[in-house]
Design a protein around this ligand. Sequence first.
Ligand SMILES: C[S@@+](CC[C@H](N)C(=O)[O-])C[C@H]1O[C@@H](n2cnc3c(N)ncnc32)[C@H](O)[C@@H]1O
Length: 183
Amino acid sequence: MVFNEKYEGKTSISGYYSAISHSYDELHGKEQFEKLKVIGKHVRPEKDDLILDVGCGTCFSRDFFNCNFKGVEPSKDMVLRHSKGKFLVGKDVFISGVEGLRGLFEENLFDYVICVTAAHHFMDVRRAFIDMRDLGKKGCVFGFSLLKGSGNYDECVSAINDFFVVIDEEDVQRDKVFICRKK
Ligand SMILES: C[S@@+](CC[C@H](N)C(=O)[O-])C[C@H]1O[C@@H](n2cnc3c(N)ncnc32)[C@H](O)[C@@H]1O
């Protein structure tokens, strides 16, 4: 994702996403949907399963997977774009980055953990992947979609290989999707 003139005057990543939130689905919805379809080949929750989406944006994945859903997202405006956004905030979706995961959820809680085109914003990549790993139950399936051109792409791939077993990989437009389990 390229920062553009709409970012003027905004000083944070969440500020950037808040500024573009009104047009996010229109601009990026199709592309993100393709990534979810690839993730969905392995992430196939039953209705009662619990999924976590880290950097869930406009909560696109909540409707896609249609199971028990929790998300974290630093930009409240992004969450509010969802038709049920105001009911989700503070209940199913927490206004936080990956950095807040440990304080929000107990370990070994989730059946599935996904993170779609958000890891390029992580400051401490290894910590972030460790924290996401620890929240997954034994047998949890993880779906990570990484922006291939991002500055921390290699660091993300190295963290994934260190902390997970990769069971599938697939290029989807500007991203590469990694499907993993805990090591
Ligand atoms: C390209 S958007 C992807 C949103 C959503 N995952 C999707 O597929 O539509 C990147 C998202 O990462 C979020 N983000 C930025 N910094 C983050 C952080 N430190 N932890 C978690 N999410 C972050 C942004 O607010 C933004 O919603």
